[in-house]
Design a protein around this ligand. Sequence first.
Ligand SMILES: Nc1ncnc2c1ncn2[C@@H]1O[C@H](COP(=O)(O)OP(=O)(O)OP(=O)(O)O)[C@@H](O)[C@H]1O
Ligand SMILES: [Mg+2]
Length: 285
Amino acid sequence: MIEFKNVTKAFGNMVAVDSVTFTVEKPQMIGVIGRSGAGKSTFLRLFNRLTNASSGQILVDGTDVLSLKGNAKRRWQKDCAMIFQQFNLVPRLDVVTNVMLGRLNQQGTLRSMFKIFSQRDIDDALAALDRLGLAERALQRVETMSGGQQQRVAIARGLMQQPKIILADEPIASLDPLSAEVVMGSLREIHDRDGITVMCNLHTLDTARSYCDRVIGMSQGKVVFDGAADELTPEAAREIYGAEEALNEAVTSTSISAGASARARSNPSVPGQGAGVAEANAATA
Ligand SMILES: Nc1ncnc2c1ncn2[C@@H]1O[C@H](COP(=O)(O)OP(=O)(O)OP(=O)(O)O)[C@@H](O)[C@H]1O
Ligand SMILES: [Mg+2]
């Protein structure tokens, strides 16, 4: 159970996140949408403790994660994996090493300083890569991979943290439509199979509709919509994006085809096992 209670973040006079309150009772796939500057990234960064809130509480199973310090804060950051638009991988290292880096914060300083991994770490990293349809690429240098592949490496690295929650800040904003589908399908599959909450900032309404159970719309730091994806009416979109933008498809829509996305959602593919992902791998290779 996750409870946001009046979570607020101000930068000087600028209130980036304004008294955000909502509850997640059971694991959900949640899309957070809103215009540029609405506060979406700040909101995720507060949750992961990359930045400190000005006030409010975020209770996760009863513990206020905003008040954690030291080791307890680091443990929370392990439980709450973060995926970024720009992947944040180490380009010159190979795929499997990048994935294993997801486990470093769980290890002693010496082991992490010298990047000493156990057989268990290696096995888990290969299993995570297999899940993401990348088992064959374990030894490839990350800088030689496509954006979509790199984002899947980043997700595999997140899985190495054995997270309770996955946060993703515009994970598909730098990807072509096909790679975007594969990445969103992977996040959906992790939610479905592992039963964990995935909270994903998305630039576009139709991606949120296609992949998420619940959509939170932000405007000027406030939650102005919170409901099921199919409750996102044109009026709700106008409130989230403003009148002009809601009518402008280029702002609220991607070129992910609605049919393909709906398919991905009703029949979540299992990367590494599903034929759909194998095809997509071939296409993005
Ligand atoms: N470190 C900071 N210092 C000052 N202001 C900040 C800082 N980080 C964010 N802001 C401001 O907070 C507001 C919300 O920013 P945020 O990055 O959370 O928006 P966003 O919804 O993620 O936008 P985008 O869609 O462009 O990524 C913006 O007005 C931004 O300028
Ligand atoms: Mg942002």
